[in-house]
Design a binder for this molecule. Structure first.
Ligand code: NAI
Ligand code: 15L
Length: 268
């Protein structure tokens, strides 16, 4: 499929910074958007998802949007409401008004974070596992997935909702051995989500092909995603340092890890 002009929201963040480096090699031309200035990118749009005029201008003329902007950890409900719930609604409205055809939505494992992690011979967590948000943050991702479904059913705006595991340069915890999405695989998955045909609203888990994988990657693979990485080379060292996950400890027993028991910590 032809390269696409893509609006990348959250371009100043962790994943945004990684994708700014990696997505152009897949043939995409990026327009950048963030609340914060994007270092070294004077053309980036610096605006809040609350600013509907700025959003409408930002989405005008792009083929697709990778929507990463928002609060990425637990926070007081009012803050989540504004940035993640209203902010994502504002983005979808701008996309609908400007006729943008597709959004890749950064959902999260925390939309299903209270789901017990599979152990031993347990089956992988399926795509249609019931939502079990572990935080107001996870609840906002659950909302985003439903919003995406509504805009597909009602307006024909397509979305791939990517329930990202942990997208960082390296896994840093034993839990991450199961949920790690290497940056290079992240770019492969976003590229597949941007270019696959007829996605409607598709929900996928976002991770590498980890030996200790917890969830079903089949809907991601159906988009053409072929993960190349596996966290296993990091396993010996991380397990020696941290020990195996303890299923009797609620903060280690579920997909969402410590989010299930953490208090809000976001500093905004
Ligand atoms: P991050 O916190 O590093 O980046 C988020 C970016 O969004 C920041 O640059 C921030 O300035 C911007 N932002 C926040 N509120 C905004 C607003 N009201 N208007 C405009 N921009 C705003 O987060 P990270 O790790 O890069 O994650 C990106 C997305 O992926 C987030 O939506 C996060 O929830 C999701 N995600 C990330 C995972 C990961 O492993 N990094 C795992 C699961 C989901
Ligand atoms: C997320 O949704 C967060 O945005 C990210 O910072 C990590 O905590 C990740 O999930 C995770 O579950 O490891």
């Amino acid at each position: 499929p032809a390269p696409r002009t893509v609006l990348l929201t959250g371009a100043a963040g962790t994943v945004g910074t990684l994708m700014r480096e990696l997505l152009p090699a897949h043939g995409h031309t990026l327009r950048l958007f963030d609340l914060l200035p994007v270092e070294g990118e004077p053309d980036a749009i610096t605006a809040d998802l609350a600013d509907r005029e700025a959003l409408r201008e930002a989405v005008r003329g792009v083929d697709a949007i990778v929507h990463l902007a928002g609060i990425s950890l637990e926070a007081p409900f009012e803050k989540i409401l504004r940035a993640n719930i209203e902010g994502t609604y504002n983005l979808y409205e701008a996309a609908r008004e400007e006729g943008v055809g597709r959004i890749v939505f950064a959902s999260s494992n925390h939309a299903v974070g209270f789901t017990p992690a599979p152990r031993g011979d347990d089956p992988l967590i399926p795509l249609d596992t019931p939502r079990r948000p572990d935080t107001f943050y996870g609840l906002s991702k659950s909302f985003g997935e439903d919003l995406a479904q509504l805009y597909w059913d009602k307006h024909g705006l397509e979305t791939v909702s990517v329930r990202i595991g942990s997208c960082f340069p390296e896994p840093t915890s034993v839990r991450m051995l199961s949920v790690w999405m290497s940056p290079a695989d992240g770019a492969r998955l976003f590229h597949a989500a941007l270019t696959a045909e007829h996605v409607g609203h598709t929900v996928v888990y976002g991770s590498s092909a980890n030996t200790r994988l917890w969830w079903d990657l089949s809907s991601a693979r159906a988009l053409g995603y072929e993960p190349q990485d596996d966290s296993e080379p990091y396993a010996e060292k991380l397990i020696a340092e941290q020990g195996e996950l303890d299923p009797a400890n609620i903060a280690q027993a579920c997909l969402g890890g410590h989010f299930v028991s953490d208090p809000p910590i976001w500093p905004y």
